[in-house]
Design a binder for this molecule. Structure first.
Ligand code: BG6
Length: 503
């Protein structure tokens, strides 16, 4: 395939003001694994305005030098060798500082105030990569220390609550100090290139929109499958589970982008209003329907690639009798004019046989077949939007097999984004951090979206508790419980990998 030559993305206005970028949880895993490497990339490509400072806040006793050593140790793991150029790295380290502070102690914020002495020109960003239970105390203390004005921005990491009531509490408390337009709630899936490309595909081309509705779409599947387990996050994960950890945020956001009406423009509230309408149109899953329309799974021990993988309840930090789900599949219905009659099947899990994330739109079969039946598979068209590990779009078509007669066989029209545009791919956090610096919250989640998502999730949790208390077991290294196949096959459909194996 030809690649697109010499194309440059039009750069939106950069952040004109230098920034005082403060990370609470500055020695935590997220900061060291994702945020620092992303900021380093932006720095290396001169996207940070000169004069920008990075101030990491944590309870650890570290002077700047020791903090910089910690950054370097972790950067050697998380920044690719080709990007880790010593000169750039040395220069980047000079903008990084550490402030020792216990975020739960209001009197300690004077230390931060001293470090952030107002220079009259810098934009302040506070990134809370810390325990959500601390969000309101941090916001109140920042305000009391005189560190917040109308231009200050606040970035909140997930999890934003564990149910509707707790999410409302966080939103309410944060709103005492910050206006909604100052708040950036991160869902890193929205920072992924192929996720934004879904919007480009739908609203930058005229050919899909007329077909993008129940009259032409049989069903849609959204899968985010991981091979990793809970790693060292067992303590958090065991209280959360796949429904809260992945479905409430990432999968519902993907569903919103797939199902939403065209926004009038690509702009903060226009996009978020349309996503909100999708969340409001989700048919509730509650009571006994949860047994019929959802599958909860938990992985058991198995040998995967010659290695013994422990059962979930033997993972570090997980309780021995845990009933937390590590897999979820759901049949979701969107009750509106566009989608009534088209089911959306959502699925996510840990320790699955293959890592992939994709959205598959299955179109209806042709109304009448005119070609002789040769026994070859005759597929319905499907559009596969691959999010990871490959980034691309594939449209599966029936095509004629060359030669005598009119025998058809499925073949893909294939767009591989990495091949098409040979440029460095931004990782999600780079894009999202840059948007924060520019003050663009289009790809961030608004308070009402979060709350509406939780109000749909809570009845599922309640239904599980009452009617489906024990997750169905599946072997680590498999595609989840058989019930997940039954969920979709009952309606006469199949998951994409099963269909792909047949065609
Ligand atoms: C996080 C979840 O939000 O997303 C993790 O807490 C999950 O459990 C991760 O592994 C998946 O993100 P990605 O970008 O690796 O698909």
């Amino acid at each position: 395939m030809n690649h697109v030559q010499g194309v440059k993305a039009t750069e939106p206005e950069g952040a004109a003001r230098p920034c005082q970028f403060v990370i609470f949880g500055g020695t935590g895993d997220l900061a060291l694994r994702k945020l620092i490497p992303a900021l380093f990339s932006l720095y290396r490509e001169s996207r940070l305005t000169p004069g920008t400072r990075l101030i990491a806040v944590s309870r650890k006793t570290l002077n700047n030098e020791a903090y910089r050593e910690l950054l370097e140790e972790r950067a050697r793991i998380h920044v690719t060798a080709s990007e880790f150029r010593p000169d750039d790295w040395e220069a980047f380290l000079r903008i990084a500082e550490h402030v020792e502070l216990d975020a739960s102690q209001p009197d300690q914020y004077t230390k931060l105030a001293a470090a952030l002495e107002d220079d009259g020109k810098s934009q302040r960003v506070f990134y809370l990569a810390t325990l959500p239970a601390l969000y309101h105390e941090v916001c109140a203390s920042l305000s009391n220390a005189g560190l917040v004005d109308s231009s200050t921005r606040l970035v909140l990491e997930k999890p934003l609550g564990s149910d509707l009531a707790s999410a409302q509490r966080v939103n309410r408390e944060v709103a005492r100090v910050f206006d909604e337009r100052q708040i950036f709630r991160i869902d890193h899936y929205l920072g992924k290139e192929p996720v934004q490309n879904l919007l480009a595909l739908r609203f930058g081309n005229s050919i899909f929109e007329p077909l993008w509705r129940a009259a032409h779409v049989d069903y849609v599947e959204i899968s985010v499958c991981e091979t990793i387990g809970v790693e060292d996050r067992g303590g958090y994960y065991d209280r959360s589970g796949a429904l809260r950890d992945m479905v409430q945020n990432h999968l519902l956001q993907l569903l919103c982008l797939t199902a939403m009406e065209p926004p009038v423009r690509f702009e903060e509230n226009a996009v978020r209003n349309e996503k909100l309408k999708v969340l409001q149109a989700l048919r509730p899953l509650e009571g006994r329907t949860v047994r019929e329309k959802t599958v909860r799974g938990q992985y058991t021990a198995s040998a995967v690639d010659g290695r013994e993988v422990p059962a979930y309840y033997f993972e570090k930090g997980v309780s021995a009798e845990s009933a937390t789900e590590t897999f979820v599949a759901l049949k979701v219905e969107v009750d509106n004019w566009r989608w009534t009659g088209t089911p959306f099947y959502l699925r996510t899990g840990k320790r699955m046989s293959k890592r992939f994330s994709e959205i598959v739109v299955h179109f209806k079969p042709v109304a009448h077949r005119i070609f002789q039946d040769t026994g070859a598979p005759h597929i319905s068209n499907r559009l596969v939007i691959q999010l990871q590990p490959d980034e691309g779009v594939e449209l599966l078509l029936n095509t004629k097999i060359p030669g005598q007669g009119m025998s058809l066989h499925p073949a893909p029209l294939d767009l591989n984004l990495a091949d098409a545009f040979r440029r460095r791919r931004w990782v999600a956090y780079e894009r999202l951090l840059m948007d924060v610096l520019r003050g663009d919250s289009t790809l961030f989640v608004r308070a009402d979206e979060i709350e509406t998502a939780w109000s749909w999730i809570d009845p599922i949790e309640a239904g599980w508790e009452a009617h489906y208390a024990h997750p169905t077991l599946y072997k680590a290294g498999s595609m989840g419980p058989d019930r997940a196949n039954e969920l979709i096959e009952r309606d006469g459909y199949q998951w994409h990998e099963a269909l792909a194996a047949d065609s």
